[in-house]
Design a protein around this ligand. Structure first.
Ligand code: ADP
Ligand code: MG
Length: 325
């Protein structure tokens, strides 16, 4: 029976978690997790280190058995099935390739274990290597590849099995920033091309906002919000989400607490130039931090509290930007 919403008419959710709890001795790693991930979704588990993301991924994969709760894949209860009997593949951060095998042999490995015939194996491996933009690399050894290329081989090794669901645990964590940003775009393209459901673990909020259709924000083993990137950013459900996803200013006025994003605040020299309807307060710029594309201002408010304000650097330098304050 389908419990999907009106806008998702295609059968049961790809992944459905119900009341998942997992402890390690006295440590509660994951608690009270209910989650539905739809077919073909790029879904991220976002949260700080130690918040339970990896544990939940391992519960989905079957490497961990939950203390309580159920795991459904495409409507089938797989809670008591071992990893190999679930139609999922996992890509870890330390994507250990077999060093003595060629790239092609690494990619084919899962197919060989499952007894797929040689011809089909090499065709599928070649097309998986095409997919990750490494055509013709099949004869190389992993040691002859860069870090980013090795990570793409790890990805090819997983998608060649055509799993229903691909689980990725901080797969770009070991790469430097520039390469990571390139790979984010690549991963998203691959996911859209193959149409596999991705469940993607990251502690990097920008990565989650960039790549996901929807995300779940974790805090201490619990999910605080599940929504689209724009929804999570513009309407954070809790103070934790507001603080973890992007910078936010927490203010208290008239006994009410609220958050304001730095880029939504304008600095004016003159109160009278404010847009009508804007809430205006007086304050003093305490610090100016030039960061290339933007300049960040720390402003102390006369009514109490402190704001981080971000302005795009339309002006040439921070010195000039500061001068007209
Ligand atoms: P994340 O992936 O979000 O960083 P984890 O799921 O790895 O978080 O860990 C969640 C919590 O569970 C942490 O407190 C961690 O120390 C604990 N934990 C995870 N795996 C084990 C384990 N095998 N044994 C004991 N504690 C564990
Ligand atoms: Mg982890």
């Amino acid at each position: 029976p389908s419990e999907a919403g009106e806008d998702t008419p295609t059968g049961p959710a790809d992944v459905r978690l119900e009341g998942i709890r997992k402890t390690f001795n006295e440590v509660v790693a994951v608690e009270n997790v209910d989650l539905e991930i739809q077919q073909g979704e790029f879904f991220s588990l976002l949260g700080p280190s130690g918040s339970g993301k990896t544990t939940l991924l391992r519960v989905i994969a079957g490497f961990e058995r939950p203390d309580s709760g159920l795991v459904h894949l495409r409507g089938v209860d797989v809670t008591n099935r071992p990893p190999y009997a679930r139609d999922v593949n996992t890509v870890f951060q330390d994507y250990a390739l077999f060093p003595h095998m060629t790239v092609g042999e690494n990619v084919e490995y899962g197919l060989r274990v499952r007894g797929v015939a040689r011809k089909e194996r090499s065709e599928r491996a070649a097309s998986a290597l095409d997919m990750v933009r490494l055509p013709g690399y099949g004869k190389r050894k992993p040691s002859q590849l860069s870090g980013g290329q090795r990570q793409r081989v790890a990805l090819a090794r997983a998608i060649v099995n055509r799993p229903e669901v691909l689980l990725l645990d901080e797969p770009l964590g070991a790469l430097d920033l520039k390469l990571r940003e390139e790979m984010q775009v690549e991963l998203k393209r691959i996911q859209q091309e193959v149409g596999i459901t991705f469940v993607y673990v990251t502690h990097d909020q920008e990565e989650a906002l960039t790549m996901s259709d929807r995300l779940a924000v974790f805090n201490e083993g619990r999910i605080e919000q599940v929504a689209s990137p724009a929804e999570v950013y513009e309407r954070p459900a809790t103070a934790f989400v507001a603080g973890f996803v992007g910078v936010s200013n927490l203010l208290e006025r008239d006994g009410r607490r609220f958050t304001v994003r730095p880029e939504k605040i304008r600095i004016l020299l003159d109160r009278d130039t404010a847009d009508s309807g804007a809430h205006v307060e007086s304050g003093h710029v305490q610090e100016v931090i030039y960061a290339g594309m933007i300049t960040r201002y720390i402003v102390g408010l006369d009514a109490g509290g402190e704001l981080v304000v971000v302005r795009q650097n339309l002006e040439a330098t921070s010195a000039e930007a500061f001068r007209d304050k």
